[in-house]
Design a protein around this ligand. Structure first.
Ligand code: NDP
Length: 315
């Protein structure tokens, strides 16, 4: 049978390119888990994804109710789940004020981390019971959360601190809106959310890999400077960022190439190692990359897991 893969945020950028790459192999049925049903349908059509190779299902990660509803709907569909890809993200680098999810969490952490945390937890049993040869849970990370890299050292740097803001609910006053309890900063909130994604992947690995046989992985697909991620950035940035990445840092990858990379992490038989953060070198060969000190901090991962459980109502 075909493999079934859920990809969140498959209506544009990396998610859409991955859906296309997987559908084109003829071996995958892609469940595009998207907040805008019509946009996703149109995106799949214009990318040339065959009708028989995808299904769009509604999911708004900025609402825990919507996450639960999505999981119910998916379970009712009776489809087995072989791979889950947590890909969707919001990035608000120019926001002066925080915005909030339906449950009152700061939007970037609430969507990119907490929505995906609940989704993965609720779908873990489905992955566990899949009879597919290699079942996987993939959470897209980023270089920007890794302060052991040049890109990760551009201020404001990611830093979860002692998680006091998160323990305070990431809501209400400015002092508890960021994970570390600092003042709101949209660019930092995004980077922090990516650290959460990478820590969560490793904590899943430690807690569940042996018992379930699921491969847990994260990745940095390269700088896909043309995606919708940068939609809220100032126009001059959006104009100069792609050539800057192409010719100066040489970190640029096309959406198509990034989709092929994530598709490898989904289905390549050689990439079954669990607990790994994948990256690609200049010749587009994959390698196991090193995470920053904070993004591989075992104690922080455990604490983040516990606080997140409380916030999403699992504890
Ligand atoms: P895009 O903005 O193109 O794609 C983001 C996707 O997330 C869109 O489909 C968007 O939906 C979806 N999304 C946003 N909010 C929600 C929500 N509340 N519920 C459901 N879906 C939502 O950006 P990218 O493709 O660049 O980003 C994809 C991933 O790649 C992210 O995890 C990002 O951190 C990561 N990444 C990107 C890099 C880059 O250079 N672009 C580099 C490293 C990592 P909609 O279409 O409706 O807006």
């Amino acid at each position: 049978r075909k493999g079934n893969v859920i990809i969140t945020g498959a209506s544009s950028g990396l998610g859409l390119a991955t859906a296309k790459a997987l559908a084109d192999t003829g071996k995958w049925h892609v469940i595009m888990a998207c907040r805008d049903f019509l946009k996703a349908q149109r995106a799949a059509k214009s990318a040339g994804i065959g009708k028989e190779n995808f299904t769009v299902m509604h999911l708004d990660l900025s609402s825990l109710d919507s996450v639960r509803q999505f999981v119910d709907n998916f379970k009712r569909s009776g489809k087995p789940l072989d791979v889950l890809v947590c890909n969707a993200a919001v990035y608000q680098p120019t926001a002066k004020e925080p915005s909030f999810t339906a449950d009152g969490f700061e939007l970037s952490i609430g969507t990119n981390h907490l929505g995906h945390f609940l989704l993965s937890r609720l779908l873990l049993d489905d992955l566990k019971s899949s009879d597919y040869p290699s079942k996987r849970l993939i959470i897209v990370g980023s270089i920007t959360g890794n302060t052991n890299t040049l890109a990760g050292n551009v201020p404001p740097k990611a830093n979860l601190g002692d998680l006091r803001g998160m323990a305070g609910g990431l809501s209400g006053t400015n002092s508890s809106v960021m994970i570390d309890g600092g003042e709101f900063d949209g660019a930092k909130a995004y980077k922090d959310s990516k650290v959460c994604n990478m820590l969560t992947m490793q904590e899943f690995h430690r807690r569940y890999h042996e018992e379930t046989g699921i491969t847990f992985a994260s990745l940095y697909p390269g700088c896909i400077a043309t995606t919708g991620l940068f939609r809220e950035h100032i126009p001059l940035f959006r104009l100069l960022f792609p050539p800057f990445q192409k010719y100066i840092t040489k970190g640029y990858v096309s959406e198509e190439e990034s989709g092929k990379r994530l598709a490898q992490v989904v289905g390549e038989p050689s990439l079954t190692k669990s607990g790994v953060y994948w990256s690609w070198n200049k010749t587009s060969a994959s390698f196991e990359n090193q995470l920053s000190e904070e993004a591989s901090d075992v104690e922080k991962a455990r604490k983040l897991w516990e606080v997140s459980e409380k916030l999403v109502g699992l504890a």
